[in-house]
Design a protein around this ligand. Structure first.
Ligand code: DAH
Length: 347
C-alpha cells in the first residue's frame, strides 16, 4: 500500500475538478473505499506483528491521503473563489455601455414619427405651427365654421359635451384652430396644426374616441384651387415616397369650404398587402377645399380681399395606411414587441 501512495497523491494533485476530487476521495477513503477496505482486511491477518506493521502502514497512507485531499480541496476552493471574483468584478469607473449595445430602451412611436415627418414637410414650405385648446366651445367648433345649430353636420360629429357647461365641448376636429388663429393673426398666413380631437364613436378597429388630426390653412390675396391641388399632390408623393403618385380630387361637402373635395390616392392590393401609389383602387386620405366666405366673415376677414384653402386629415388613418397597420387600437396598446416592429430607431 505504501508503494501506491505516490500514485494516489499524484492523482489527487492532478484533479482540478472539485466533484471529481470528492469522488476520488470516496473511492479511497470512503466506507467501501480501497484504504478502508484494506484496514478491515487486517482482521484476516494471522499474526499480531503482521497486523501491527500492516495497520501502521495503512494508517500512515490514510493520513497522508487525507492531508493531500484537504490541501487539494483548499487549492480548488480558493481557485473557484478567485475565478468568481474575476468574473464578477465591476469597475465603476468604466463608461456605461451604449444603449444600442444593451438593446434600445425607447422607440419613436409611429404616430410621433409621422407627425414629425408631416410637420417637417409643411415647415419647409413656410407653414407656421398653430395650436388651440382641446376643450373648446360651440362657436369655435361649429358656428364660426359655418355649421349653425340644427345643421345636420353637428350630428355627424358625435360630440362630447362638458357636464355643467352646455356650450363647451371636447373639440371634434382641429378646424377650430382656423378660427382661433384668425382671432389673433390676420392674413396672409400659412399655418398647420396637429392635435387631439374627440368623438364619442364606438371603439373598434378603425375608431377610437380620441385621435389626432392635422389641419392646414393658407390665406392670401390670390390663392386658388390650383395651389391646393399642387400642395396636396406634393404632400402625397413625399409621404408615400412615390413620384407623381396618382391623386384624385373627388367633389365633396364640408360646411366650412366651398368648393370642397376629398382626396383619394391610388392603391391596389397585392398578395393581401396594400400597395400605395398605383393600381385601380382609391383610398381616401383627407378633406379639403376653398375656405367658405362665411368662415372668413365670421373671423373678421373680408372674403373679397382674401381667400384661401384649408385641409384636414386624421393622423392615425395616415399612419395605418403608411405602415400597413390594420387595427387602430394597436397604436395605443403600448405593446413592446409591436412598438419594436413599427417604432422607428431606438435612442
Ligand atoms: N374637419 C373635417 C373633419 O373633421 C376635416 C376637414 C375637411 C378639414 C375639409 C378641413 C377641410 O380644413 O377643408 O372631418
Amino acid at each position: 500500500m505504501q508503494s501506491q501512495l505516490p500514485i494516489w497523491i499524484d492523482q489527487i494533485t492532478k484533479t482540478t475538478d472539485l466533484s471529481q476530487l470528492e469522488a476520488l476521495k470516496a473511492s479511497l477513503l470512503g466506507k467501501s473505499g480501497e484504504v478502508t477496505q484494506a484496514l478491515k482486511g487486517l482482521a484476516q491477518l494471522a499474526s499480531i506483528e503482521e497486523k501491527k506493521a500492516k495497520g501502521a502502514e495503512i494508517n500512515a497512507v490514510r493520513d497522508s491521503l487525507a492531508e493531500a485531499f484537504q490541501n487539494q480541496i483548499q487549492i480548488l476552493e480558493a481557485k473557484a473563489i478567485e475565478q468568481k471574483l474575476n468574473a464578477e468584478s465591476l469597475d465603476v469607473t468604466l463608461p456605461s455601455p451604449s444603449f444600442t449595445q444593451v438593446g434600445a430602451i425607447g422607440r419613436i412611436h409611429p404616430l410621433t414619427a409621422l407627425k414629425e415627418e408631416i410637420s417637417d414637410f409643411f415647415q419647409k414650405r413656410g407653414f407656421t405651427f398653430a395650436e388651440g385648446p382641446e376643450v373648446d366651445d360651440e362657436w369655435h367648433n361649429f358656428d364660426a365654421l359655418n355649421i349653425p345649430a340644427h345643421h345636420p353636420a353637428r350630428q355627424n360629429h358625435d360630440t362630447f359635451f362638458i357636464e355643467g357647461h352646455p356650450t363647451h365641448l371636447l373639440r371634434t376636429h382641429t378646424s377650430t384652430v382656423q378660427i382661433r388663429s384668425l382671432a389673433t393673426q390676420k392674413p396672409p398666413l400659412r399655418l398647420i396644426s396637429v392635435g387631439r380631437v374627440y368623438r364619442s364613436d364606438d371603439l373598434d378597429a378603425t375608431h377610437t374616441p380620441m385621435f389626432h388630426q392635422i389641419e392646414g390653412l393658407v390665406l392670401d390675396k390670390d390663392i386658388n384651387m390650383g395651389h391646393l391641388k399642387g400642395l396636396i399632390r406634393e404632400f402625397c408623393s413625399t409621404l408615400f415616397g412615390v413620384a407623381d403618385v396618382p391623386v384624385r380630387f373627388r367633389p365633396s361637402f364640408f360646411p366650412f369650404t366651398e368648393p370642397s373635395a376629398e382626396v383619394d390616392i391610388a392603391c391596389t392590393k397585392k398578395d393581401g398587402k396594400l400597395v400605395i401609389g398605383k393600381g385601380g383602387d382609391w383610398l381616401e386620405l383627407l378633406g379639403c377645399g376653398m375656405v367658405h366666405p362665411n368662415v372668413l366673415t365670421n373671423c373678421g376677414v373680408d372674403p373679397l380681399e382674401y381667400q384661401g384653402f384649408a385641409f384636414g386629415m386624421g393622423l392615425e388613418r395616415l399612419c395605418m395606411i403608411k405602415n400597413g397597420i390594420v387595427d387602430i387600437r394597436q397604436l395605443y396598446d403600448g405593446d413592446e414587441s409591436w412598438l419594436k416592429h413599427f417604432g422607428s430607431f431606438g435612442f
